[in-house]
Design a protein around this ligand. Sequence first.
Ligand SMILES: Cc1cc2nc3c(=O)[nH]c(=O)nc-3n(C[C@H](O)[C@H](O)[C@H](O)COP(=O)(O)OP(=O)(O)OC[C@H]3O[C@@H](n4cnc5c(N)ncnc54)[C@H](O)[C@@H]3O)c2cc1C
Length: 292
Amino acid sequence: MNWFSEFAGRIEHDVPLSPLTWFKLGGCARHVYRPAEEEQLARMVGRAHGDDIPTRVLGAGANVLIRDDGVDGVVVRLDDAVFQKVEYQGERVIAAGGADLMRLTRECARRGLAGLECMAGIPGTVGGAIRMNAGGKHGAIVETVSSARLLTPEGDVEVLRVEQLGFGYRRSAVGPRIVLSAELQLRQDDPRRVLARYEDIWERKKTSQPFGENSAGCVFKNPPGESAGRLIDEAGMKGESIGGARVSREHANFIVTRKGATADDVLRLMDRIRQTVRRQSGIELELEIDIW
Ligand SMILES: Cc1cc2nc3c(=O)[nH]c(=O)nc-3n(C[C@H](O)[C@H](O)[C@H](O)COP(=O)(O)OP(=O)(O)OC[C@H]3O[C@@H](n4cnc5c(N)ncnc54)[C@H](O)[C@@H]3O)c2cc1C
């Protein structure tokens, strides 16, 4: 792949991905690319597409499980300052795709910009949150998004309004595109009130989830009108383990891992959970996390 020489210094080869994920699991990426500007990224993505080289983007790795044998092709990381920029323009916030969501959520609350505090305690990047329509019982990111700039696999930039982004429960129409930035519309409120709501949601999250352990958040989506965590709990799976992976005792929809665990342990445990829940309730659980 001689075209790599053009991106020298920004491409690394055979890079372990486990430190880049919240599960701390998985094999290597054949190539990791860290662009320093959008044009460079567009050029690389377009080239890779033309040469049939798969390209994926990894945010903070808070919602992915990477298989033990790793991934082929190029993994893009938006960790240069250019891709983490946030501009505050009154009630409008323009956040780059690689911006840290927890930092953004806290800063908006501190400024009294209301709307994003429902995201308190959700780790990841803005791009990952848009892709997954991250959220919880207090709301989801869709409620604040007015538009997003996306990079297509061909290397073209397009701007989609919220209604074109196909948001639904933990899904969007982003597909193979890369979120370069998102425009959020918030409401100016009293900073003390917004901060209090933010802290309240954050506190509840900390006490109901195994935050200090390695996980990727909720493993399964909630089936319509049901709670995946409750179904797993009722199936008697709390504390169940395979190898170094275990169903959390604090929140049954979390799989937590300890040192020495493999991605295969997690995959096998997921299968066992699905089978047990299907047998006991007749409900088929659908994955929320992304498996690479
Ligand atoms: C302790 C814990 C608690 C959590 N709680 C919640 C919760 O309450 N609610 C919730 O919704 N989620 C929760 N999650 C899951 C996770 O925080 C979200 O899904 C988050 O949005 C993932 O963002 P990320 O940047 O880490 O994405 P990654 O995990 O890196 O990637 C996830 C997917 O998004 C894609 N992606 C990443 N960046 C971009 C981009 N710039 N453009 C296009 N696609 C991109 C990736 O290719 C991948 O398909 C939790 C996770 C943990 C570990």
